[in-house]
Design a protein around this ligand. Structure first.
Ligand code: NA7
Length: 533
């Protein structure tokens, strides 16, 4: 029997996959979405750990493609918690009747481009191991930037008799830590969000820290109804304004360079922004991720706050990061540093003595065994390329994507890659993606892909892929821009430095909103840099 054929196969039913499906239907195309989970939501489906919350303000972290949708939905808090975001994802899926074209519990195992028929042949594994294939003209990878859990290969993990969890694969039914001795490994954003919540439940919580992280307060609160009304009345203008911002968000980034004000004024500005809460802290000066001197002052301000908050001076010092602030994504916390003042919380520095192995009862570091009932790996993700590389994707002449990307991802605009016709990466490496508010960035990419597909159809063309020269130039450009910043100075997941053996390449493009302008220019010039066939 001939394989089912569709116009677009979409991998992933998070915010990107859902919107792509909606747009595809709007163009009258036959589209199908494959999703490993049994529901929509992507990142917000998997990351159910206690305290999981978005670090972008909820009034901005939503779709804007449909005004009725944004008018009817109400967020309850300044920063929405995971269950509310998941409810929103389901609301959107139901409102636009998306689920009927989403194949849940269906994992894409391979996607091969066939030069002979010009189609993508997508193999899937569904419920009870049922295998299937679908042929598609276009393949859209809406697989998310932080979807592929990074569980370190600790020796002895199979010996551990307690329970262990990864924050990015949290059990749906939740976990009750009451009366338990719990370990959290990692101090990234997921740990910083979950530690205060787990500490309130557990009998004792031990945090194993390899690198301390900067966190600024969320000052979270219920959404003020008056502000909501104002926001909704002005949504159009506010969304437009946000698109002009460095990260696609409304918080103010002053058009002032470090050094343009006296030091005391600068410190007062950091204090003001600390009181506002959230990412606006790094908007005090436009060049804080370029100017080391300014960055040092911004960083020291946070360290002072940590020393003021954490009563035990030794613990406080261990919690003080020394790297560039903002080099790793800034964390937005609710009571994180205060948690270390609790009697049932202790911090173990593993920067010099890594975890040697897991044991039946716990783990060993620095020659000492620590025993636990449960271990939480808050160890992050194989970001941006992990979920693509875990699928056997092959382009022209059977070239595997992992092989092409052996020394790091190579794309044109973070959207397409030479040798893989009609393959589109939503918020892929080489696009601003994780350095921005993901929802508008997703919409921009999906709209762009939709325009490309319409263009192809209108011109009777079947395939699109970048020119080698355009891709090389884009990769060089991304590297040059990132190289001119302080981003490459630390071991962040932006660089792939958190996954042993992963090539060290700065993956997101620090250039929003210029990126959008560039995309528009390319389209206006008849998709310059692309080969249409
Ligand atoms: P992150 O930010 O990658 O944090 C992972 C943490 O786990 C970080 O502190 C790591 O230390 C630590 N880690 C990773 N591997 C190990 C091993 N083998 N031993 C000890 N510690 C380890 O992931 P998150 O999930 O917290 O956040 C990801 C993003 O989600 C975040 O930026 C927000 O955008 C939302 P390291 O710093 O590498 O020394």
């Amino acid at each position: 029997m001939a394989a089912e054929q569709v116009d677009i196969a979409i991998v992933g039913a998070g915010f990107a996959g859902m919107y792509m499906l909606h747009r595809a239907r709007g163009m009258g195309l036959r589209a199908v979405v494959f999703e490993t989970g049994d529901g929509v939501g992507g990142t917000w489906y998997w990351n159910r750990y206690p305290g999981a919350r978005c670090d972008v303000e909820s009034m901005e972290y939503s779709y804007q493609f449909d005004d009725d949708l944004q008018q009817e939905w109400s967020w309850s808090e300044r920063y929405a918690a995971q269950p509310e975001i998941l409810r929103y994802a389901n609301h959107v899926a139901d409102r636009f009747d998306l689920k009927r074209d989403i194949r849940f519990e269906t994992k894409v195992t391979s996607a091969h481009f066939d030069d002979a028929d010009g189609l993508w042949h997508v193999a899937t594994e569904g419920r009870n191991g049922a295998v299937d294939t679908v042929a598609a003209t276009h393949l859209v990878m809406a697989t998310g930037c932080l979807s592929s859990a990074n569980v370190p290969h600790f020796e002895g993990i199979e010996d551990f008799e307690g329970d262990w969890y990864h924050t990015g694969r949290w059990p749906k039914e939740g976990v009750d830590f009451t009366g338990k001795r719990v370990a959290v490994i990692g101090t990234g954003s997921s740990a910083i969000q979950s530690i205060p919540v787990i500490a309130r439940q557990a009998e004792h919580l031990t945090v194993f820290q390899r690198t301390p992280n900067y966190a600024v307060p969320a000052h979270n609160h219920p959404v003020d109804p008056e502000r909501e009304t104002w926001f909704k009345a002005n949504y159009k203008e506010l969304r437009e304004k946000a698109k002009q911002g460095r990260s696609g968000q409304l918080y103010s980034v002053r058009d002032l360079k470090w050094g343009s004000e006296p030091l005391e004024t600068a410190k007062a500005e950091f204090a003001r922004r600390w009181d506002l809460g959230g990412f606006s802290y790094l908007g005090a000066y436009v060049d804080l991720l370029v100017n080391k001197e300014g960055n040092d002052v911004a960083a020291e301000f946070v360290r002072e706050k940590i020393r003021e908050t954490v009563k035990d001076p030794e613990t406080a010092e261990l919690l003080c990061p020394t790297s560039v602030i903002g080099c790793k994504r800034l964390c937005v916390d609710i009571g994180y540093f205060e948690t270390y003042n609790r009697d049932n919380v202790s911090l173990v520095d593993i920067s010099k003595a890594p975890i040697e192995r897991l044991t039946k009862k716990g783990l060993i570091t620095g020659g000492k065994e620590y025993t636990f009932d449960a271990i939480v790996f808050a160890t992050g993700f194989d970001a941006m390329t992990g979920s693509l590389n875990r699928i056997d994707i092959r382009g022209r002449n059977g070239l595997p994507l992992v092989e092409k990307w052996e020394a790091g991802p190579r794309t044109y605009l973070g959207l397409t890659t030479v040798g893989f016709p009609n393959l589109f990466l939503i918020t892929g490496p080489g696009s601003p993606s994780v350095l921005t508010n993901m929802l508008p960035t997703i919409e921009q990419h999906v709209d762009y892909v939709s325009d490309i597909i319409e263009h192809l159809r209108a011109h009777g063309q079947k395939t699109i892929e970048p020119e080698q020269e355009a891709e090389d130039a884009w990769v060089d450009h991304v590297n040059a821009i990132a190289g001119g910043t302080l981003y490459p100075s630390c071991n962040s997941w932006y660089l792939g430095a958190n996954v042993p053996g992963k090539p060290r390449v700065f993956m997101p493009y620090p250039g929003f909103p210029a990126y959008v302008k560039k995309c528009q220019e390319i389209a206006a010039n008849g998709y310059e840099g692309f080969r249409l066939g």
